[in-house]
Design a protein around this ligand. Structure first.
Ligand code: IVH
Length: 692
């Protein structure tokens, strides 16, 4: 290929990929399969490697991140990033409307005809009845960002900061797929566009689920998660967090329309993600209708909002109204009320989580709140209990915010009875009576007795048998509790000593279930090393990290003896994980458990095949296995996929590259694969792919 041809092809592929990104992330309407997308992206990356002179900083290949920002540069905003005045009720909004009308010299009083002069002056955005044209938008709960485009290219992304200057987060912003790197259509030469970076609820829940599984601290809410992510130095990590961005404010000298709403519609055509929910409203009454609607419906959205933003649509009117020192006079935020009630605190209990973290819980006199009856609420930690001076017998204010569990936000001191005692936080574990500890900088106390404290041991066992770990599905949570309570198992290693005769006396344990359990344990001895490594429950070692470690060290013995430096060399292993691994193996009890598991016959090293046969042939490909196979079992195919760098998934989606289809594949799956254009392959075709 000549350099000219390569340049053309690179441009063509970049344009095409950016369009597909837009279809997928801004419009939610993909037109090609992920497999085709990945193929095109691979081709682009290949060409850019061969002809680096044509690699543009805004190429779609740059979205995967990888660049490290050592320090975020502080930059001055060309237009200050102001905040909005808040309003909390209808009266505030009627006042706002009155101020707007008066500011524009319009007669006050709703729905009265206006004198012709006023209509002439504001005809573009003032209806005949003299109503102001407002745009109502959702108030997204994330962090605001300003994006600067020149000649259709993203040149800089800046956080709000103090409003006058913010941090240059361009590298991280480029990983957000809904932020276009190259615009299309008829965009202005130079302009700034502002919006909110956020994390959707499903992404937030999935990340927290994984963090919980490996004992990482949970993220408090999607807003904190989004702002924490934008401050990360490694943009590859940012890319993994799947942030999103709605745009809501465009600024520039040569915008195509004299109104906000129309310019936002144009911005959509240039490639931005614009909220579908924004609405043009004639007059404050329509604004109130919009607010009432979203106050009820907001919980159905897949992202958090904390209110509604109301903006005067017409720029001339905006200009006439101007700004105060802090905020525009032409816009206001309406904040939803977090529903709040007051009820009696009957007692405080302390829960011990799987990782030993202690959570104080308020037991309340039951009270309806936000559609459910609330009986319990989070009391956060010892510091907050002390700060709020919460006492048993108090009337406390309970609120349902963005988090699912209601929380106590204060005490109604006017109702405090005499003789109540200040709360003394527990000093010992309520489950095993061990002295609690608290790490510096951490809010929660924890019980350090990880190998004997019942909820911790049971939690470890549940994790050990879970699907992604040893996958012993014949051993459920209830049976684990029974086994533990009966004194039959004290550690995960004891599971392998279980005999059928010991199981049969247990409640609801039939002959068949007992056989299945023993067989399940036996079969788990073939589970490959990387999953065993994940299953033993080293704090912070998740599924992916375990795979990376296993691939690198090849056996547990090497891992146990690895130095800090050697550990840090492994991909995905940083300081915290290295310390956690060292702590785990320095614990005498853990070493005993490992030895026992080894004697039971678990895989503590990569198999011959894994050591020799691995490859990157299926890198970036996702497979769904369906049906019955003749040559290998489904599990063997799953392992082969991973061995060659591919990913397994349980359900067909836009992200599926291939369905490995055996006999009797379900008709629903077939239909789904066909409708999404996902290719089906036979087992022979698959074996061909991984061989040779
Ligand atoms: S407009 C001058 N529109 O709310 C106008 N802001 O307190 C500036 N926000 O800092 C903002 N959704 O982070 C606007 N649809 C929306 C918004 C929105 C969320 C945030 C934004 C801003 C804060 C204002």
């Amino acid at each position: 290929m000549t350099p000219q041809e390569a340049q053309l092809k690179i441009q063509e592929l970049s344009k095409e990929l950016e369009q597909h990104n837009y279809n997928y992330y801004a419009l939610d309407n993909p037109t090609i399969s992920d497999f085709e997308f990945d193929k095109k992206l691979e081709e682009l990356i290949f060409l850019e490697k061969q002809f680096p002179e044509f690699l543009s900083p805004n190429s779609p290949s740059q979205r995967v991140g990888g660049q490290i920002t050592k320090e975020f540069k502080s930059v001055k905003h060309q237009y200050a990033m102001l905040s909005l005045n808040n309003s909390y009720n209808e009266e505030d909004l009627l006042d706002f409307d009155r101020r707007v009308r008066e500011g524009l010299g319009m007669a006050s009083g709703l729905r009265e005809p206006q004198p012709p002069s006023a209509i002439d002056l504001f005809s573009a955005s003032t209806s005949l009845s003299g109503q102001i044209e407002y745009v109502c938008e959702l108030k997204f709960d994330g962090l605001s960002i300003s994006l600067i485009y020149e000649e259709g290219k993203l040149v800089q992304a800046i956080t709000r900061g103090d409003g006058v200057q913010g941090d240059d987060v361009t590298t991280n912003a480029k990983t957000i797929k809904s932020i276009p790197l190259q615009l299309k259509g008829n965009f202005p030469k130079k302009f700034e566009i502002r919006g909110e970076v956020f994390m959707s609820r499903p992404v937030f829940d999935a990340i927290n689920k994984e963090r919980e599984e490996i004992g990482d601290a949970l993220m408090a809410n999607p807003r904190n998660a989004a702002s924490g992510t934008m401050k990360m130095q490694d943009s590859a990590q940012v890319a993994k967090r799947k942030l999103d961005c709605f745009l809501y404010h465009v600024l520039g000298e040569d915008l195509p329309h004299p109104t906000h709403f129309e310019n936002m519609q144009s911005a959509k055509l240039w490639g931005f993600k614009i909220s579908e929910q924004a609405k043009l409203c004639s007059g404050i009454n329509e604004v109130l209708d919009f607010i009432h609607h979203w106050d009820k419906e907001r919980f159905k959205l897949p992202f958090d909002i904390d209110g509604i933003v109301i903006k005067v649509n017409n720029y001339k009117q905006q200009k006439n109204l101007g700004f105060t020192a802090k905020s525009p006079r032409w816009a206001i935020a309406y904040k939803f009320k977090a529903e709040q009630v007051s009820t009696e605190l009957q007692s405080i209990s302390y829960q011990v989580g799987r990782t030993g973290a202690i959570t104080p819980v308020a037991n309340l006199k039951p009270i309806p709140l936000g559609g459910t009856t609330v009986k319990r609420a989070s009391l956060h930690n010892a510091d907050i209990i002390e700060k709020l001076d919460v006492r048993v017998g108090d009337y406390v204010f309970v609120e349902k915010g963005g988090e699912i569990i209601p929380k106590i936000i204060g005490v109604d001191l006017t109702k405090r009875k005499s003789g109540t005692e200040p709360t003394h936080y527990i000093t010992h574990c309520p489950e095993c009576n061990t002295l609690l500890q608290r790490n510096e900088g951490e809010a929660n106390h924890f019980c350090p007795n990880e190998n004997e404290c019942p909820p911790q041991v049971i939690g470890k066992m549940e994790h050990f048998v879970s699907r992604k770990a040893m996958n012993i599905d014949s051993l459920g949570g209830e049976t684990i509790v029974q086994l533990f309570n009966a004194g039959l198992v004290k550690t995960i290693a004891d599971l392998y000593d279980l005999k059928k005769e010991q199981l049969l006396p247990l409640e609801r344990m039939a002959e068949k279930s007992a056989n299945n359990l023993i067989e399940g344990l036996e079969a788990s001895k073939q589970v490959p090393f990387e999953r065993v490594l994940y299953a033993i429950g080293i704090r912070h070692v998740g599924e992916t990290t375990a795979k990376k470690i296993a691939k690198k060290v090849k056996s547990l013995d090497v891992l146990i003896n690895a130095s800090r430096e050697e550990l840090l060399e492994i991909d995905e292993v940083g300081e915290i994980i290295a310390i956690s691994i060292a702590d785990f193996f320095s614990n005498e009890k853990n070493r005993e458990i490992i030895l026992k598991l080894k004697q039971a016959g678990l895989q503590f090293e990569l198999s011959e095949e894994q050591q020799q046969g691995g490859s990157d042939k299926l890198k970036d490909l996702t497979f769904v296995i369906s049906g019955v196979f003749a040559k290998h079992s489904r599990d063997q195919y799953k392992d082969m996929i991973e061995l060659h760098g591919g990913k397994n998934s349980g359900s067909i989606s836009k992200k599926t590259s291939f369905v490995l289809a055996g006999d009797n594949m379900g008709p629903e799956k077939l239909k789904k694969a066909q409708s999404l254009g996902v290719k089906l392959i036979t087992e022979d075709e698959f074996l061909e792919m991984v061989s040779g």
